[in-house]
Design a protein around this ligand. Structure first.
Ligand code: SF4
Length: 150
């Protein structure tokens, strides 16, 4: 069931939990491991939101860009939803820098309804600190993602 905040914006959860175990974070322990929702269920929720007149949809997940259901990856999910009649804008939050692939950035470029808007937590500008935080990426990787996207 989509949550909706006003007459135009809807929020649809596509995955829950997290596998990343950053050293300071409780989420994997309290919300469990990553579980992606079936594509058909997400489609039903988005379609329901559109039927309610919502035009701006945000996909939600702890680590939304690691979504995977059968052969449907997150970039593929965005491409499919981009085709829906009545949808004006598609956003997502929160992304993990290690999963911000070239393919995903390409989808943001190519799909007219996918907003050019990334919420990408930086956490630290030091690779040594990022390693201690068990973030799974370096400062250089983060920079490369920003460079690729801009
Ligand atoms: S990726 Fe986010 S939710 Fe997952 S362990 Fe790290 S800080 Fe917590």
């Amino acid at each position: 069931m989509p949550l909706h905040s006003d007459k135009r914006c809807g929020f649809v959860t596509i995955m829950r939990g997290c596998n990343n175990f950053c050293s300071y974070c409780i989420v994997p322990y309290v919300r469990g491991r990553e579980r992606s929702r079936p594509y058909d269920d997400i489609l039903k929720d988005v379609q329901q939101a559109l039927n309610m007149g919502l035009r701006d949809i945000t996909l939600l997940g702890q680590n939304v860009n690691s979504y995977l259901w059968q052969d449907i990856s997150f970039p593929r999910l965005l491409r499919k939803l981009n085709e829906l009649e009545g949808l004006y804008r598609l956003r997502f939050v929160t992304s993990h820098p290690k999963d911000m692939s070239d393919e995903l950035i390409g989808v943001m470029r190519d799909c007219d309804k996918v907003c050019e808007h990334i919420h990408l937590p930086m956490q630290s500008g030091s690779s040594a600190v990022l390693e201690r935080m068990n973030r799974g990426y370096s400062y250089e990787h983060y920079r490369s993602r920003i460079k690729k996207a801009t």
